[in-house]
Design a protein around this ligand. Structure first.
Ligand code: IFM
Length: 470
């Protein structure tokens, strides 16, 4: 057959097939408190470590901070209406701990709880399922002053906070996440210090990781007691890791990054004990005195789902020269190899199939584990056309590629129940400030005007069809 009389033109044949998702698949969007709320001094909210950090000169690009952010505290109704217009079925947001307990301890401030009650009620009115995360990095500064996550006591404070929030909102929120990305909180916050509170303390960062996990494990039964119908889980940020070669040095580098990035967090949550190599790593860098006998069992409190955040994957090699503090304590010599893949605006290599590999690996290691993609998305610079449109086809392509990967993972057996696109709104991207736009809705930070980008409209269509187009 010649190209001319081929009944399926080549261009069409190359198009991916339409991909239907399982009935009931939850199509959501995600944000976090400090990144969008603003109103940092309102209604009794206490200071968080991110207020302190972002107001410390030199810590955040361009001196940006979250004081106003996307003004979501005052515009939440508009934002919920927007989600509804887009056809989104779920909204993952986080509660600002310092709004509930301004000093990190003591009774809940009714004004803080009321804000989240109003938010949840307006979501439910629109038929949007709330998915609440208790900790997305905004630790009350008062707790940091007492040692923060390097102190064991913070885990117990976190469980008390979890109890207060679940008692107030457990009747209306069914999806509960304890922590978001404890790897970042521990190793960016206390390892290389590029996030709040900005400590450079490799041994302390490993202890912080344990205390975060302990806080999670203590919070799970507290949430269950207050909200018996709720599903409770944790969100981890996974990065599949491959060795650059079969040499011992490269294989060892890949092993250590996988250990510190993925297994240190997932394995104790799922198995109720640290694997031997993780324990050895603790032993070498900070000892294990901070791990009490019952801790691992507490950390292993059964979860109903795992939240998977995915942005990119790594190829690594050993034998590099340690170059300052690393967010992988004990792997300072590891080199991250440029694979020549296209990158997003923040510089992360795009590897959509990495998401499939990661989901299938979790499914194989923990058969039957229910998963949600709690974050996936991309920063790109936007161009606002003369007529106001934002044709962010790069972001749309990123999301489509990753959704196809999710679909393939489901075909391969992974039990993925939903996808929350990061992010609903352009927002405060931590140490990058407002320079990195992850939103599918553009925020003009001068006027606070919201404009859905091409990616938002496309995503709404996918959610409505419960399928990717062919
Ligand atoms: O903006 C962050 C989010 O707060 C946590 N996960 C990664 C996102 C993009 O960096």
């Amino acid at each position: 057959m010649t190209a001319e009389n081929d009944p399926v033109p080549a261009a069409l044949a190359r198009r991916p097939a339409a991909a239907a998702f399982p009935p009931g698949f939850l199509w959501g969007v995600a944000t976090s408190a400090y990144q969008i709320e603003g109103a940092v001094g309102r209604d009794g909210r206490g200071a968080s470590i991110w207020d302190t950090f972002s107001h410390t000169p030199g810590k955040v690009a361009n001196g940006h901070n979250g004081d106003v952010a996307a003004d979501h505290y005052d515009r939440y109704e508009q934002d919920v209406a927007l989600m509804s217009e887009l056809g989104v079925g779920g909204y993952r947001f986080s509660v600002a701990w310092p709004r509930i307990q301004p000093d990190g301890r003591g009774p809940a401030d009714a004004r803080g709880l009321d804000f989240y009650r109003r938010l949840v009620d307006s979501l439910l009115e629109k038929g949007i399922q709330p998915a609440l995360t208790l900790y997305h990095w905004d630790l009350p500064q008062a707790l940091e002053d007492e040692g923060g996550w390097r102190s064991r006591d913070t885990a117990f404070r976190f469980a008390e906070y979890a109890q207060l929030v679940s008692e107030a909102l457990g009747d209306r929120v069914k999806l509960w996440g304890t922590l978001n990305e404890p790897w970042c909180a521990a190793f960016l916050g206390y390892g290389n210090g590029i996030h709040a509170p900005g400590a450079v303390d490799p041994a302390g960062s490993l202890r912080a990781a344990h205390h975060l996990l302990l806080g999670h494990g203590l919070a799970v039964p507290a949430i269950r007691a207050a909200a018996p119908d709720a599903e409770v889980g944790i969100t981890l940020n996974f990065y599949p890791v491959a060795a650059d070669s079969e040499t011992t040095a490269d294989l060892d580098a890949a092993h250590r990054i996988d250990l510190l990035q993925n297994r240190l967090f997932l394995d104790p949550v799922m198995e109720g004990s640290y694997p031997a190599d993780v324990r050895e790593h603790f032993e070498r860098l900070c000892g294990t005195d901070h791990i009490e006998t019952a801790d691992e069992k507490i950390i292993g409190a059964p979860v109903d789902f795992l939240g998977v955040n995915y942005y990119t994957s790594y190829r690594v090699a050993g034998g590099g020269e340690p170059d300052g503090p690393s967010p992988w304590p004990g792997a300072e010599d590891v080199r991250f190899i440029d694979r020549g893949l296209p990158r997003t605006g923040i510089g992360w290599e795009i590897d959509a199939d990495g998401l499939r590999r990661q989901l299938v690996r979790i499914h194989q290691d923990h058969p039957g584990l229910k998963m949600y993609i709690t974050e996936n998305g991309a920063a790109f610079d936007d161009t606002v056309e003369a007529d106001g449109r934002i044709e962010d086809t790069d972001r749309t392509a990123y999301v489509e590629g990753h959704l196809r990967a999710v679909h393939r993972a489901i075909e391969e057996g992974a039990d993925v129940r939903g996808y929350f696109l990061w992010s609903l709104l352009d927002n405060f991207e931590w140490a990058e400030g407002y320079g990195m736009r992850f939103g599918v809705v553009r925020v003009d930070f001068e006027t606070q005007q919201r404009t859905p980008k091409h990616s938002a409209l496309w995503y709404g269509g996918v959610a409505l069809a419960n399928a990717l187009p062919g």
